[in-house]
Design a protein. Sequence first.
Length: 257
Amino acid sequence: MLAVRENPVKRKLAEGKTSIGLIVGEFTTTGIARLAAAAGADFVIFDMEHGGIDIGAAKGILAAARSSGVVPLVRTPSTGYHLISQPLDAGALGVMVPMVESAEQARLIVSSAKYPPLGQRGVGVLYADDVEPDGLAATLAKANDELLLIAQIETVAGVAHVEEIAAVDGIDVLWIGHFDLTTSLGTPGEFWNEAHTAAVDRVFEACRRHGKAVGTMANDAADGRMLAGKGFTAFAFNDSMLFSAALRASVQELAGA
């Protein structure tokens, strides 16, 4: 039966459950989503900000990801209508937008991602297996419901306006970019200094008040457990970091055998 694909990651996070995925910037192959699904990941974020993926490449890997068991997402290069709408048209079930610093910017994300009446996205129903049997109106409404929209808070300005950003309807997750946030604070890489801790606490307070999940990148499982203890529920591992760590461990084990 034809139907708009559901987004279990959005539901898990809305219920306060943990969701774990992979950020892909290096291994942008058509098989990476299947590998992530086999490993038990919930989602894959294809990185168009730092990963060098253009919309042509994204279209191919998203088409392949649609047949996997993971939720395909895209990190856009920036805020902008076409930067958000194009990967969604290509099959992404949501977007992560970097450097969100105002409620106006958050509203633009929602408007660019959602179909009327919730937004202004142009109608591009491109896949015959992604429509509702009750017609176009039902298809657009279901697509709006299933979209996962993630705003990255990673600057001093973003933290200063986090209350207003968190209050925007349609934004599901605030994602703390620790590297950029510490750099914006003038203390690059000092992840647990007082200024950074205070900024993170401020994001959490806003998210608690407005019912948003909080996400971030985890370096490894131990780091993820520590972050989970602080209240994070959405996590992503970086593909190149995972590969390097696994290869290093295997090389060291064999070399010492």
